[in-house]
Design a protein around this ligand. Structure first.
Ligand code: NAD
Length: 252
């Protein structure tokens, strides 16, 4: 199947390197004909992107820790490419000291930081993204089953993912007035930069892979293909949902 995103302009937020889930989305969406606009956190990330992403792909800086940056980013995107048809939000952060030990170790400041970057950023992205989005658009975020299960060391990020999934439902209700759909993909564990912040992350990945129904973990391409489907008109019946793309890990 190809060309399901031909003519659509889609913003992807969160490509750090070739291992990023967002990079799997970039490849899958581009393969389906989408014009991609990338946002990156800071100039260091841009340097990384420039090593493996074509110079003709539009790239705009966006550190989501300040909602004002999100506003100016979408204004800049509008100026450069006009209206958009979708956004993939693949951003999360918690201080590494909160991704170990017990949940009660977390301070209010670091808890708030994880919520702000990993949850509120989706709300800010929806707020400013919808202003430049065509009717019939689609927003997708990335979550993990640590929202529902007490995964070792995942702690504040699990709490953030629960908030993120609830945000998806409320945003889906609110953005329906503009015919914009909001959904989440709950991906299986993949070794990315973000995951290496979790203490004993290799155990987390091994456990996740072992529990995949065929013992083989999900790939960023498989996650990306689902993102492409959710960005496309083929998925217009899916609203406010969290779709597992984890090779069945959540079943076992
Ligand atoms: P990654 O490290 O490749 O991507 C994380 C991205 O978040 C990076 O591009 C980073 O620049 C960005 N980011 C962090 N703080 C930011 C800020 N203040 N402003 C702008 N961008 C910021 O890791 P990944 O695993 O691909 O993570 C992408 C998403 O997928 C995250 O939401 C993560 O929780 C989720 N996820 C990952 C897994 C996994 O096992 N890797 C599983 C399920 C869900």
């Amino acid at each position: 199947m190809s060309g399901i995103l031909t003519g659509k302009k889609i913003v992807i937020m969160g490509v750090a390197n070739k291992r990023s889930l967002a990079y799997g989305c970039f490849q899958a969406l581009a393969e389906q004909g989408a014009e991609i606009i990338l946002t990156y956190q800071n100039p260091r990330m841009l340097k990384s992107l420039n090593r493996f992403v074509d110079a003709d792909v539009t790239k705009v800086e966006c550190d989501v820790s300040d909602p004002e940056n999100v506003k100016t980013t979408f204004e800049a995107i509008h100026e450069q490419v006009g209206h958009i048809d979708g956004i993939v939000h693949a951003i999360a952060y918690a201080d590494p000291e909160d991704l170990q030990g017990e949940t009660t170790d977390a301070s209010l400041a670091s808890f708030n930081k994880a919520q702000s970057i990993s949850v509120y950023s989706l709300i800010a992205v929806a707020k400013y993204g919808r202003q430049i989005m065509n009717d019939g658009g689609s927003i997708v975020t990335l979550t993990y089953m640590g929202s529902e299960r007490a995964i070792p060391n995942y702690n504040v990020m699990g709490i953030a993912k629960a908030g993120l999934e609830a945000s998806v439902r409320y945003l889906a209700r609110d953005l329906a007035s503009q015919d914009i759909r909001v959904n989440a993909i709950s991906a299986g564990a993949v070794k990315t930069l973000a995951v290496t912040g979790v203490k004993d992350y290799s155990k987390l990945i091994d456990l996740s892979n072992e529990r995949a129904v065929n013992g083989v973990g999900v790939t960023i391409q498989e996650v990306g293909n689902t993102a492409a489907f959710l960005m496309s008109d083929l998925s217009i019946g899916i609203v406010g949902d969290t779709i597992y793309v984890d090779k069945g890990t959540h079943l076992i």
